[in-house]
Design a protein around this ligand. Structure first.
Ligand code: 1PR
Length: 544
């Protein structure tokens, strides 16, 4: 079995890729010194975070020249996401920073202003020619992408381009020449189809012997493969959410609020064990799993080791994106030891999270920005996005309707609502809360979303205290207002009671994802039934 060398430059969550390689029966050995690169038999290079940070790290480690030599020698190489982009000459994301320059072209930001950026979610891959890496893949298969920049095919690089994907425009989703290959998506987060593609590389089955070399010797002409001309279709995401807390016996359990009240007959509702439920939802076809540590606002999450252990164990067997929220902000523990939000988030990433979600601290940040007039780089959002990338930062919003008799009754932006208030009020605004809905603030959901987007957040998880656990459907007016106000992806949350509620929220608001908890935990509506309904209603979803 070939030795797998692993190039981890320490910028993000590569634990999942290590787990995927181990799950496939291989043991990755870390590159520790530049000379390890040229001795590698088979090299896997995951790229996370910004292009410039990746290239800077490679230079600091002295890896750039050995890597160029390895690639020029057409040695087995598999790059992922930013690592694929690093093969090009450069990227608009980091002007003036040179890439490895093996492939002609400059990576650019998505241009289509109508699309949510980052391109975050499941999309197809259209092979432009035959290759053992992709041959035989189900043309309907979808892979998990999360990136804001993309490479495009042109005359100078076309012999490198193996596959394209459509997102407003076609972009490069896989490159290959000889033994050198790389993909824009994350195979370690793309379920069974991603694991199979990774397995082919690890097993030495992903390239035809003598099929050309990275050194520029053109591959022998391949018999033209009838290219599936159908455009790839971006899927809506169905996310399973696990609200987690300790019960009165001190066990970490999955619970569920009814308008954020998680107690029933005085007891914390216990709906199961986090690791078991997460694995079940992965097997049932969830496109993402979100854990929310719902009492972390008062308990210090890093002392809450069971939550980190939940992440470590879940990431060993769940190969779709994991988000963790709860307690991500600066803390001083009982011993007076101070931790930054970045310290807390980094611990979550090291334990296997792909994204972190910030709730209460985001509201504090918006109030500070409003008072100061702008961001100053000190917020958790700015610090975590700068190191781990925008796509790693989700903002969890806990809004509730505040009804007013007229728009003049408040300074906050109101909507005229089709759902009258308790006294027949026809206007309301969406008040943000902190500490799990326990404390209302003078911030509305649209302002919070826009300010956090401007600070670098990559996604909005939009809950609704009014709809949470009710099964009465999503708060479409709230969701439509936030969706229209930002360009980053929005996840609709709270209130799902049946499969058609998902069709309703996608059709009415255009959000990229919808999340549910209660109907999945209580086994009332399987994830597959939601996807079947959406497919029947003409909405693109990933096959479960
Ligand atoms: O403020 O950064 O420490 O983060 C706390 C996190 O915990 C936030 O994401 C907040 O939304 C969440 N949270 C805090 N208290 C509760 C509670 O329920 N008492 N969970 C809570 C909020 C919202 C969703 C829920 C959907 C779908 N839960 O997670 O799963 O509403 O539910 P449904 O499909 O059953 O209707 P911080």
């Amino acid at each position: 079995m070939a030795k797998i060398s692993f190039l981890d430059y320490g910028a993000g969550n590569v634990r999942s890729l290590r787990n995927a390689i181990a799950h496939l029966g291989y043991e990755p050995v870390d590159i520790r010194r530049p000379e390890d690169i040229l001795q590698a038999e088979r090299l896997v290079f995951p790229g996370v975070g910004a292009f410039g940070a990746a290239m800077q790290r490679l230079h600091e480690l002295g890896y750039v020249e050995p890597l160029r030599a390895y690639l020029q020698a057409d040695r087995p190489f598999f790059g992922i996401c930013v690592a694929m982009q690093s093969l090009f000459e450069g990227s608009e994301e980091s002007p003036g920073v040179a890439g490895l320059g093996v492939i002609p072209g400059v990576v650019q930001r998505f241009a289509d202003a109508a699309l949510a950026v980052p391109h975050m979610g499941w999309n197809g891959v259209r092979a432009l020619r035959q290759s053992p890496l992709l041959d035989g893949q189900d043309p309907a298969a979808k892979f998990y992408f999360v990136h804001s920049y993309r490479a495009q095919r042109d005359a100078a690089n076309s012999d490198w381009i193996l596959a394209e994907t459509d997102y407003g425009e076609p972009f490069v989703s896989a490159v290959q020449r000889g033994q050198v290959m790389a993909v824009q998506f994350h195979p370690e987060k793309s379920g069974a189809v991603g694991l199979e593609l990774l397995r082919r590389f690890l097993a030495g089955e992903a390239a035809r012997p003598g099929a050309g070399t990275a050194a520029g010797v053109p591959a022998p002409p391949m018999p033209p493969k009838p290219v599936a001309a159908a455009p790839t279709r971006f899927a809506k995401r169905i996310i399973a959410c696990l609200d987690v807390r300790s019960n009165d016996a001190g066990d970490l359990v999955v619970t569920k609020g009814d308008q954020y009240d998680v107690r029933e007959a005085g007891e914390v509702r216990n709906l199961g064990k986090p690791v078991d439920l997460a694995r079940r939802y992965y097997q049932e076809g969830a496109d993402e799993i979100t854990f929310l540590n719902i009492t972390a606002f008062r308990d210090f999450p890093l002392s809450d080791q069971p939550m980190l252990e939940v992440l470590r164990r879940t990431s060993e067997n769940v190969f779709v994106p994991l988000t963790i929220g709860g307690g991500i902000r600066a803390f001083t523990d009982a011993d007076g030891c101070a931790y930054s939000a970045l310290d807390v988030a980094s611990e979550y990433f090291r334990s296997g999270a792909d994204k972190i979600s910030i709730g209460s601290d985001a509201v504090d940040t918006v109030e500070a920005v409003r008072a100061r007039g702008s961001g100053d780089g000190s917020s958790a959002i700015e610090q975590i996005a700068a190191l781990y990338g925008n796509q790693a930062v989700v903002i969890s919003v806990d809004p509730r309707r505040v009804y007013v008799a007229s728009p003049e009754s408040t300074e906050r932006p109101v909507i005229e609502t089709a759902i009258p208030g308790p006294n027949g009020e026809r206007f309301c605004w969406f008040q943000c809360t902190v500490k799990g809905g326990r404390e209302g603030r003078d911030v509305d959901a649209v302002e919070l979303a826009q300010t956090c987007e401007a600070l670098g957040a990559g996604e909005i998880l939009l809950n609704s205290i009014d709809r949470d656990g009710t099964g009465s459907g999503f708060d479409l007016e709230l969701i439509a207002a936030v969706r229209a106000a930002v360009r980053i992806p929005v996840i609709a949350s709270s209130g799902a009671g049946c499969a058609s509620h998902f069709t309703e929220v996608f059709r009415h608001t255009g959000v990229e994802a919808a999340l549910a908890a209660g109907i999945f935990h209580r086994r009332e509506v399987p994830i597959a039934a939601v996807k079947d309904q959406l497919r029947a209603d003409g909405i693109e979803v990933r096959a479960s």
